[in-house]
Design a protein around this ligand. Sequence first.
Ligand code: ZN
Length: 282
Amino acid sequence: MGAPRDDILFVQHGPPTLAEMSGAEVRQRLETTKTVLIPVGATEDHGPHLPLGTDSMEAREICRRTAQRLESRGCPIMIAPVVPFGTSSFHMDFAGTISISSTTLIALLSEIAGSLYKGGFRNFVFVHGHDGNLSSMMVAAQEIVDATPDAQAVVCNWLAALSAVYHTIQTSTKGEGHGGEGETSRLLVTHPELVHPELAEPHHIDPAVMARIQGPEHIKAGGGIYYGTRSYRDVTPYGHIGDPTIASPETGEKGYDVIVEWLSKVIQRDFFAKDSASNADS
Ligand SMILES: [Zn+2]
Protein backbone atom coordinates (compact mmCIF):
# COMPACT_ATOMS: atom_id res chain seq x y z
CA MET A 1 0.00 0.00 0.00
CA GLY A 2 1.40 3.36 -0.99
CA ALA A 3 0.54 6.76 0.43
CA PRO A 4 -2.99 7.99 -0.26
CA ARG A 5 -3.12 9.73 -3.64
CA ASP A 6 -3.31 13.46 -3.57
CA ASP A 7 -2.34 14.22 -7.14
CA ILE A 8 -4.33 16.15 -9.74
CA LEU A 9 -6.43 13.48 -11.47
CA PHE A 10 -7.36 15.53 -14.52
CA VAL A 11 -8.03 19.09 -15.59
CA GLN A 12 -11.55 20.16 -16.54
CA HIS A 13 -11.89 23.03 -18.99
CA GLY A 14 -14.91 25.31 -19.23
CA PRO A 15 -17.51 26.38 -20.01
CA PRO A 16 -19.00 25.46 -16.64
CA THR A 17 -22.05 23.33 -16.04
CA LEU A 18 -24.73 24.62 -13.66
CA ALA A 19 -22.84 22.89 -10.84
CA GLU A 20 -19.93 25.29 -11.26
CA MET A 21 -22.08 28.42 -11.66
CA SER A 22 -23.68 30.51 -8.90
CA GLY A 23 -27.43 31.03 -8.79
CA ALA A 24 -26.87 34.68 -9.72
CA GLU A 25 -24.85 33.66 -12.76
CA VAL A 26 -27.58 31.25 -13.88
CA ARG A 27 -30.31 33.89 -13.50
CA GLN A 28 -28.28 36.37 -15.52
CA ARG A 29 -27.61 33.79 -18.22
CA LEU A 30 -31.34 32.93 -18.37
CA GLU A 31 -31.90 36.42 -19.75
CA THR A 32 -30.08 35.35 -22.92
CA THR A 33 -30.99 31.66 -23.17
CA LYS A 34 -33.58 29.20 -21.98
CA THR A 35 -31.89 26.21 -23.59
CA VAL A 36 -30.05 23.63 -21.49
CA LEU A 37 -28.10 20.56 -22.50
CA ILE A 38 -28.47 17.63 -20.10
CA PRO A 39 -25.53 15.20 -20.41
CA VAL A 40 -26.56 11.66 -19.45
CA GLY A 41 -23.65 9.35 -18.67
CA ALA A 42 -23.05 6.07 -16.90
CA THR A 43 -20.73 4.42 -14.40
CA GLU A 44 -19.78 1.18 -16.08
CA ASP A 45 -16.81 -1.00 -16.94
CA HIS A 46 -15.00 -0.10 -20.18
CA GLY A 47 -12.10 -2.57 -20.03
CA PRO A 48 -8.85 -2.35 -18.06
CA HIS A 49 -7.67 0.81 -19.83
CA LEU A 50 -10.53 3.26 -19.28
CA PRO A 51 -12.20 4.77 -16.20
CA LEU A 52 -15.72 3.71 -15.23
CA GLY A 53 -16.90 7.27 -15.81
CA THR A 54 -15.90 7.25 -19.49
CA ASP A 55 -19.45 7.78 -20.77
CA SER A 56 -20.08 10.62 -18.33
CA MET A 57 -16.83 12.28 -19.35
CA GLU A 58 -17.71 11.96 -23.04
CA ALA A 59 -21.22 13.32 -22.52
CA ARG A 60 -19.88 16.33 -20.65
CA GLU A 61 -17.20 16.95 -23.26
CA ILE A 62 -19.72 16.77 -26.11
CA CYS A 63 -21.91 19.32 -24.33
CA ARG A 64 -18.91 21.51 -23.47
CA ARG A 65 -17.69 21.65 -27.06
CA THR A 66 -21.21 22.12 -28.40
CA ALA A 67 -21.75 25.06 -26.05
CA GLN A 68 -18.53 26.65 -27.28
CA ARG A 69 -19.40 26.12 -30.92
CA LEU A 70 -22.91 27.47 -30.53
CA GLU A 71 -21.70 30.47 -28.53
CA SER A 72 -19.34 31.34 -31.39
CA ARG A 73 -22.37 31.31 -33.70
CA GLY A 74 -24.37 33.62 -31.45
CA CYS A 75 -26.45 30.84 -29.90
CA PRO A 76 -25.93 30.77 -26.12
CA ILE A 77 -26.89 27.69 -24.10
CA MET A 78 -26.26 26.29 -20.61
CA ILE A 79 -25.19 22.82 -19.51
CA ALA A 80 -26.71 20.81 -16.65
CA PRO A 81 -24.46 18.77 -14.36
CA VAL A 82 -23.70 15.40 -15.92
CA VAL A 83 -25.96 12.58 -14.77
CA PRO A 84 -23.38 9.94 -13.75
CA PHE A 85 -25.66 6.89 -13.66
CA GLY A 86 -27.58 5.07 -16.34
CA THR A 87 -29.07 1.74 -17.27
CA SER A 88 -26.01 -0.51 -17.55
CA SER A 89 -27.54 -3.89 -16.74
CA PHE A 90 -25.45 -5.72 -19.35
CA HIS A 91 -22.18 -4.56 -17.70
CA MET A 92 -23.12 -5.80 -14.24
CA ASP A 93 -20.75 -8.77 -14.50
CA PHE A 94 -17.88 -6.29 -14.23
CA ALA A 95 -17.18 -4.90 -10.74
CA GLY A 96 -17.70 -1.22 -10.13
CA THR A 97 -20.57 -0.88 -12.57
CA ILE A 98 -23.57 0.96 -11.12
CA SER A 99 -26.85 0.40 -12.95
CA ILE A 100 -30.17 2.06 -12.27
CA SER A 101 -33.43 0.80 -13.73
CA SER A 102 -35.09 2.44 -16.72
CA THR A 103 -37.95 3.60 -14.54
CA THR A 104 -35.54 5.23 -12.08
CA LEU A 105 -33.67 6.92 -14.92
CA ILE A 106 -36.88 8.21 -16.49
CA ALA A 107 -37.98 9.63 -13.13
CA LEU A 108 -34.54 11.17 -12.53
CA LEU A 109 -34.36 12.88 -15.93
CA SER A 110 -37.98 13.97 -15.80
CA GLU A 111 -37.49 15.55 -12.38
CA ILE A 112 -34.23 17.23 -13.44
CA ALA A 113 -36.02 18.80 -16.40
CA GLY A 114 -39.03 19.69 -14.21
CA SER A 115 -36.78 21.47 -11.70
CA LEU A 116 -35.01 23.41 -14.41
CA TYR A 117 -38.36 24.34 -15.95
CA LYS A 118 -39.46 25.89 -12.65
CA GLY A 119 -36.30 28.00 -12.72
CA GLY A 120 -37.11 29.34 -16.18
CA PHE A 121 -35.54 26.91 -18.64
CA ARG A 122 -37.79 25.96 -21.55
CA ASN A 123 -35.73 23.99 -24.07
CA PHE A 124 -34.24 20.67 -22.97
CA VAL A 125 -31.65 18.81 -25.01
CA PHE A 126 -30.80 15.36 -23.68
CA VAL A 127 -27.34 14.22 -24.80
CA HIS A 128 -26.21 10.67 -24.15
CA GLY A 129 -22.79 9.30 -23.34
CA HIS A 130 -24.20 5.78 -23.08
CA ASP A 131 -26.64 4.58 -25.69
CA GLY A 132 -28.32 2.18 -23.24
CA ASN A 133 -29.99 5.29 -21.82
CA LEU A 134 -31.63 6.44 -25.04
CA SER A 135 -35.04 4.85 -24.57
CA SER A 136 -35.41 6.31 -21.05
CA MET A 137 -34.27 9.70 -22.30
CA MET A 138 -37.01 9.66 -24.94
CA VAL A 139 -39.68 8.89 -22.36
CA ALA A 140 -38.40 11.66 -20.07
CA ALA A 141 -38.42 14.13 -22.98
CA GLN A 142 -42.06 13.31 -23.64
CA GLU A 143 -42.92 13.61 -19.95
CA ILE A 144 -41.58 17.17 -19.61
CA VAL A 145 -43.50 18.20 -22.72
CA ASP A 146 -46.68 16.55 -21.42
CA ALA A 147 -46.30 18.16 -18.00
CA THR A 148 -45.91 21.75 -19.21
CA PRO A 149 -47.63 24.08 -21.67
CA ASP A 150 -44.49 25.33 -23.37
CA ALA A 151 -41.42 23.15 -22.73
CA GLN A 152 -39.65 21.66 -25.72
CA ALA A 153 -37.49 18.59 -25.40
CA VAL A 154 -35.29 16.70 -27.81
CA VAL A 155 -33.08 13.63 -27.50
CA CYS A 156 -30.00 13.75 -29.68
CA ASN A 157 -28.51 10.38 -30.62
CA TRP A 158 -25.20 11.50 -32.09
CA LEU A 159 -24.15 7.87 -32.48
CA ALA A 160 -26.20 7.65 -35.67
CA ALA A 161 -24.37 10.62 -37.21
CA LEU A 162 -21.00 9.28 -36.11
CA SER A 163 -21.69 5.74 -37.30
CA ALA A 164 -22.41 7.00 -40.82
CA VAL A 165 -18.84 8.30 -41.24
CA TYR A 166 -16.95 6.27 -38.71
CA HIS A 167 -15.15 4.19 -41.32
CA THR A 168 -13.41 7.38 -42.45
CA ILE A 169 -12.26 8.22 -38.94
CA GLN A 170 -11.06 5.03 -37.31
CA THR A 171 -7.75 3.51 -38.38
CA SER A 172 -8.85 0.00 -37.47
CA THR A 173 -10.30 -2.14 -40.24
CA LYS A 174 -12.18 -4.29 -37.75
CA GLY A 175 -15.20 -3.72 -35.56
CA GLU A 176 -14.55 -1.14 -32.86
CA GLY A 177 -17.10 -0.84 -30.11
CA HIS A 178 -17.45 -0.23 -26.38
CA GLY A 179 -14.05 0.86 -25.05
CA GLY A 180 -12.43 0.30 -28.47
CA GLU A 181 -10.37 2.59 -30.68
CA GLY A 182 -12.96 5.36 -31.00
CA GLU A 183 -14.03 5.70 -27.42
CA THR A 184 -10.48 5.34 -26.09
CA SER A 185 -9.36 8.01 -28.58
CA ARG A 186 -12.03 10.42 -27.34
CA LEU A 187 -10.92 9.92 -23.74
CA LEU A 188 -7.30 10.49 -24.77
CA VAL A 189 -8.32 13.96 -25.92
CA THR A 190 -9.72 15.06 -22.58
CA HIS A 191 -8.53 12.71 -19.84
CA PRO A 192 -5.17 11.28 -20.95
CA GLU A 193 -4.16 10.85 -17.30
CA LEU A 194 -6.95 8.29 -16.85
CA VAL A 195 -6.34 6.26 -20.03
CA HIS A 196 -3.97 3.27 -20.19
CA PRO A 197 -4.16 1.57 -23.61
CA GLU A 198 -1.01 -0.38 -22.73
CA LEU A 199 -3.06 -2.34 -20.19
CA ALA A 200 -5.60 -3.47 -22.78
CA GLU A 201 -5.65 -6.44 -25.13
CA PRO A 202 -7.08 -6.00 -28.62
CA HIS A 203 -10.29 -7.99 -28.62
CA HIS A 204 -12.45 -8.25 -31.74
CA ILE A 205 -15.61 -10.31 -31.74
CA ASP A 206 -17.56 -12.30 -34.32
CA PRO A 207 -18.77 -9.74 -36.93
CA ALA A 208 -22.29 -11.21 -36.82
CA VAL A 209 -22.46 -10.65 -33.06
CA MET A 210 -20.91 -7.21 -33.46
CA ALA A 211 -23.59 -6.30 -36.01
CA ARG A 212 -26.27 -7.08 -33.45
CA ILE A 213 -24.59 -4.90 -30.85
CA GLN A 214 -24.00 -1.84 -33.02
CA GLY A 215 -24.21 -2.56 -36.73
CA PRO A 216 -25.94 -0.19 -39.17
CA GLU A 217 -29.25 -2.00 -38.74
CA HIS A 218 -29.25 -1.27 -35.02
CA ILE A 219 -31.62 1.51 -34.04
CA LYS A 220 -28.91 3.34 -32.13
CA ALA A 221 -26.74 3.52 -35.26
CA GLY A 222 -29.60 4.85 -37.38
CA GLY A 223 -31.20 1.56 -38.41
CA GLY A 224 -34.56 0.11 -37.53
CA ILE A 225 -33.84 -2.85 -35.29
CA TYR A 226 -33.23 -3.09 -31.57
CA TYR A 227 -31.70 -6.17 -29.97
CA GLY A 228 -31.85 -6.60 -26.22
CA THR A 229 -28.35 -7.09 -24.87
CA ARG A 230 -27.33 -9.89 -22.53
CA SER A 231 -24.14 -9.64 -20.49
CA TYR A 232 -21.05 -8.22 -22.17
CA ARG A 233 -19.19 -10.98 -20.36
CA ASP A 234 -20.61 -13.36 -22.99
CA VAL A 235 -18.75 -11.57 -25.79
CA THR A 236 -15.71 -10.08 -24.13
CA PRO A 237 -13.76 -11.30 -21.12
CA TYR A 238 -12.07 -7.91 -20.87
CA GLY A 239 -15.12 -5.64 -20.87
CA HIS A 240 -14.24 -3.81 -24.09
CA ILE A 241 -14.62 -4.58 -27.81
CA GLY A 242 -11.99 -3.52 -30.34
CA ASP A 243 -8.38 -2.38 -30.23
CA PRO A 244 -7.66 0.42 -27.77
CA THR A 245 -3.91 0.08 -28.39
CA ILE A 246 -4.24 2.01 -31.68
CA ALA A 247 -6.26 4.85 -30.16
CA SER A 248 -4.96 8.39 -30.58
CA PRO A 249 -6.05 11.93 -29.65
CA GLU A 250 -6.14 12.78 -33.38
CA THR A 251 -8.80 10.12 -33.98
CA GLY A 252 -10.64 11.35 -30.90
CA GLU A 253 -10.66 14.93 -32.15
CA LYS A 254 -12.13 13.81 -35.48
CA GLY A 255 -14.90 11.92 -33.70
CA TYR A 256 -15.76 14.86 -31.46
CA ASP A 257 -15.83 17.18 -34.43
CA VAL A 258 -18.45 15.06 -36.23
CA ILE A 259 -20.58 14.73 -33.10
CA VAL A 260 -20.39 18.38 -32.09
CA GLU A 261 -21.09 19.74 -35.57
CA TRP A 262 -24.15 17.52 -35.97
CA LEU A 263 -25.46 18.38 -32.52
CA SER A 264 -24.82 22.10 -32.97
CA LYS A 265 -26.73 22.15 -36.26
CA VAL A 266 -29.74 20.39 -34.71
CA ILE A 267 -29.87 22.77 -31.75
CA GLN A 268 -29.33 25.84 -33.92
CA ARG A 269 -32.14 24.77 -36.26
CA ASP A 270 -34.58 23.78 -33.53
CA PHE A 271 -34.04 26.54 -31.00
CA PHE A 272 -32.38 29.48 -32.70
CA ALA A 273 -33.53 29.61 -36.32
CA LYS A 274 -35.44 32.80 -37.05
CA ASP A 275 -38.25 30.96 -38.78
CA SER A 276 -38.51 28.23 -36.16
CA ALA A 277 -42.02 27.78 -34.85
CA SER A 278 -40.87 27.48 -31.32
CA ASN A 279 -38.31 29.47 -30.22
CA ALA A 280 -37.86 30.98 -26.96
CA ASP A 281 -34.27 31.84 -27.62
CA SER A 282 -34.44 33.54 -30.96
ZN1 ZN B 1 -18.84 4.10 -23.28
